[in-house]
Design a binder for this molecule. Structure first.
Ligand SMILES: *Cc1c(COP(=O)(O)O)cnc(C)c1O
Length: 429
């Protein structure tokens, strides 16, 4: 099926759901196991079904199946936020003293996690300022490296990542490539088609599309060999998936093969750390997903018009939108992003931070909100808000100065948006 059709139908069958046209919200903590025999089968994993909503819930399950289908993965685990998705994916590959190689051009909380928090758990990150410099990335690979991590389109610079180049480099060393695909959404880009092994999203953004729910998802391409000697956590036996009474011991690799990673995220991370997606939020995300292609097409068109217009405005020093870039980024755009790079852009203004504050206070149609991917157009100053926790050194190489303003383009009329940003800039000087 095509993307538009899957966005509406994938993963849902109405007949076992009272023929409900809209996906039901299964607001239940747990499920009747019906018989002692079935209970034993559910607990051992031999029988398929739901037992407790911390591990799986039917509404959430439909969202997982739909997004796995849209990204071209074999399975997914929905979680309560994008940061839970990023954290679970990275910890699951790097636990037991692994290292991560990552771009510095990332969402603020992801940088903060890898720079200041994961090291407390023995997981350290080797950062590179230009993740497309494959020679530099290769020079950082050690026997402890467990993953390469990048955003397909960086927030807020919209810099594009050479996913195919990175994945073939990673695979030569038996390392998985983990991609945060939040900014383009699977409508504009599907990293698995270019070799990515794990895709994570903040579904809070374009996927939900209306700024009304926080959510995240981890999607497994199902083609990485976790039994290659680098990942002891996947080959050691685990009680939770074994049958001690029968003396049958399994590791995630022996029990699940190619789906070892996504099973481990659910069975260890969701099961113990418990950042579950609520069925109500999953429902909002399923409704949002139905119009993803139409919304993104409109928003990309408006973002392109606005980026081009901003380039001609007084006080705008530079516009960051790889969708109109004529330099080296245009080669990656033509290869990976034929339908556009996304719905956010940023621009640098002259003057001082006071001028930036005046622009933020003068907009009327844009709203000053630290989010992206909403149907409403949003404006923010990343250096103070969304990327505040990023060390100055990384902010500078990612171009996030105090005079940078980020826009997330929504569904309002593009002429109203252009008029609004124009009057806000004019009144700020
Ligand atoms: C927002 C965002 C996140 C974090 O997602 P939450 O849902 O806010 O936890 C991670 N990565 C990127 C690229 C984001 O834009």
């Amino acid at each position: 099926m095509t993307f538009e059709t899957d966005a509406i139908h994938a993963g849902y069958n109405s007949s076992p759901n009272q023929h409900a046209a809209s996906v039901p919200i299964y607001a239940t903590a747990a499920f009747n196991m019906e018989s002692a025999l079935r209970g034993d089968g559910l607990a051992s994993g031999e029988e398929e079904g739901f037992s407790y909503s911390r591990v799986a819930n039917p509404t959430v399950d439909i969202l997982e199946k739909r997004l796995a289908q849209l990204e071209g993965g074999i399975g997914a685990v929905a979680v309560s936020s994008g940061m839970a998705a990023v954290s679970y994916a990275l910890l699951c590959v790097a636990e037991q003293g692994g290292r991560i190689i990552s771009s510095t051009n990332l969402y603020g909380a992801s940088i903060d996690a890898m720079e200041t928090f994961f090291p407390n758990f023995g997981i350290c990150t080797d950062f590179v300022s230009n993740i497309n410099n494959l020679g530099e990335v290769e020079s950082l690979i050690t026997p402890d490296t467990r993953a390469i991590f990048a955003e397909s389109v960086a927030n807020p610079s919209t810099e594009l990542t050479d996913i195919e180049g990175l994945s073939s480099l990673a695979h030569r060393y038996g390392i998985p490539l983990i991609v945060d695909n939040t900014v383009p959404t699977p409508y504009l880009f599907r990293p698995i088609e270019f070799g990515a092994d794990i895709v994570v999203h903040s579904t809070t953004k374009g996927i939900t599309g209306h700024g009304n729910a926080i959510g995240g998802i981890v999607i497994d391409a199902g083609h990485f060999d976790w039994d290659n000697g680098r990942f002891p956590q996947f080959t050691q036996t685990e009680l939770v998936i074994s049958d001690e009474r029968q003396g049958r011991w399994e590791s995630f690799c022996s029990a699940f093969g190619k789906s070892a990673f996504i099973q481990r995220v659910r069975t260890k991370y969701l099961h113990t750390l418990g950042a579950v997606q609520s069925p109500f939020n999953a429902y909002l995300q399923l409704v949002g997903l139905e119009t993803l292609p139409q919304r993104i097409r409109q928003e990309v068109s408006s973002a392109t018009t606005i980026a081009t217009h901003l380039q001609q405005l007084p006080h705008v020093v530079k516009v960051f939108y790889s969708g109109i870039d004529k330099g080296p980024q245009s080669i990656l755009r033509e290869k990976y992003f034929p339908h556009g790079v996304g719905t956010i852009l940023s621009f640098l203004v002259d003057g001082t931070e006071e001028n930036v504050m005046k622009i933020l206070d003068s907009v009327k149609t844009f709203t000053y909100i630290p989010n992206i991917g909403d149907a409403k157009s949003l404006i923010v100053n990343p250096a103070r808000i969304t990327h505040r926790e990023v060390p100055a050194e990384y902010r500078n190489t990612a171009g996030i100065s105090d005079n940078l303003i980020r826009l997330s383009i929504g569904l309002e009329n593009v002429n109203d948006l252009i008029a609004d940003i124009g009057q806000a800039i004019a009144s700020a000087y």
